[in-house]
Design a protein around this ligand. Structure first.
Ligand code: SF4
Length: 329
């Protein structure tokens, strides 16, 4: 059976004035998401995670363009859709939860208006049925006294409640897949866990698939079934979440895991040395080689191919960490 979403060799570039500078933010990535699955997209800031999400929903900055590849949602290529067609798809079949709830919510409209809008357009609900649906959606994201709070405006709610309202809006059109781009970054640590649990509960209740974008590997471990690690616009490793944590095969993945502080271990904190490369001047070699602990001559002259990992994902490296060593690490 075809996956719910299949991204194939997607390339999204940003073009500077008169095309003088081309930033290859997403440079040939492929992955698929099954119905009801949680797929994690991880990597440092600027690696192309957010541009990947914006490409999927076709909400790119004017300077960005999808220059190649396909994004198939239930077999239909979204790259070929007009913006009018995408307006019917966004909210109804694919929805987003962004990092900053205040950027997603309109301060001039009440909570009711904002949650009702996608249910009105995509589910054709009106009158009492619409009101009832808004109440149910607010109750599902655990807004206390939903009947009363639906009259409030975003500034009358706490940060955690606003992000839950954004979750209710994402659910309102009955989408098959939700893209959550760093949805807990602006929340207090205590609220983060509640929000993640809420998303999991909503997923169990509705069967929606999640694409979870984060730089936090702890969140990946809690939320995801499958994970792709991005570096400099490419997916360098993709595995089941268990495989990634117990058998990381790419040196960058291993370095990310090594940089997590370990409770009770009094060792100096490890940070990945160096900086990610300039995406406007990517070399033809392995773009991770200046920071890689096991770089060899070939890595400096030739871009690594993608190798399959015994049916459990793939890795893009000339010298993947062997399974035994990865397990011991
Ligand atoms: Fe390191 Fe070479 Fe693998 Fe790149 S290809 S990650 S430099 S070992």
């Amino acid at each position: 059976m075809a996956p719910l979403l299949r991204v194939n060799d997607l390339r999204t570039h940003y073009f500077g004035f008169r095309g003088t500078r081309v930033v290859k933010a997403v440079d040939g990535i492929s992955f698929s998401v099954e119905a009801g699955e949680t797929f994690g997209l991880v990597g440092e800031s600027g690696c192309g995670k957010t541009t990947t999400c914006h490409s999927i929903v076709r909400l790119l900055a004017p300077s960005a363009q999808i220059v190649g590849g396909s994004i198939e949602l239930e077999g239909e290529d979204l790259v070929k859709k007009s913006q009018a067609e995408m307006r019917r798809i966004r909210g109804r079949r694919i929805a987003t939860i962004l990092q900053d709830p205040m950027a997603s919510l309109d301060p001039l409209f009440s909570v009711y208006d904002q949650v009702a809008e996608p249910a009105y357009y995509h589910q054709s609900l009106r009158g009492q049925k619409l009101r009832q649906r808004v109440k149910e959606l607010l109750a599902a994201v655990r807004i206390p006294s939903p009947e009363r709070r639906m009259k409030d405006f975003p500034h009358q709610m706490s940060g955690g409640m606003r992000q839950r309202i954004v979750g209710a809006i994402a659910q309102a059109g009955g989408p098959r897949i939700i893209i959550a781009d760093e949805p807990t970054t602006n929340l207090d640590v205590t609220i983060q866990l509640q929000y993640l649990n809420l998303l999991k509960d909503l997923q169990r209740a509705t069967g929606v698939a999640l694409i979870f974008v984060t730089h936090n590997l702890g969140i990946v471990a809690k939320m995801c079934d499958k994970v792709a690690v991005m570096y400099a616009g490419k997916i360098v490793e993709m595995q089941s979440v268990r495989g990634l944590f117990y058998r990381p095969r790419h040196p960058y993945t291993k370095a990310l895991l090594d940089s997590i502080p370990k409770l009770g271990v009094k060792e100096p904190l490890y940070g990945i040395p160096g900086q990610p490369p300039d995406l406007a001047a990517l070399p033809v070699d392995c773009s991770f080689h200046p920071r890689c602990r096991q770089a060899m001559d070939r890595c400096r002259i030739e871009e690594p191919w993608q190798h399959n990992l015994n049916g459990d994902g793939n890795v893009r490296c000339w010298l993947p960490i062997d399974e035994e060593a990865a397990g011991r690490g």
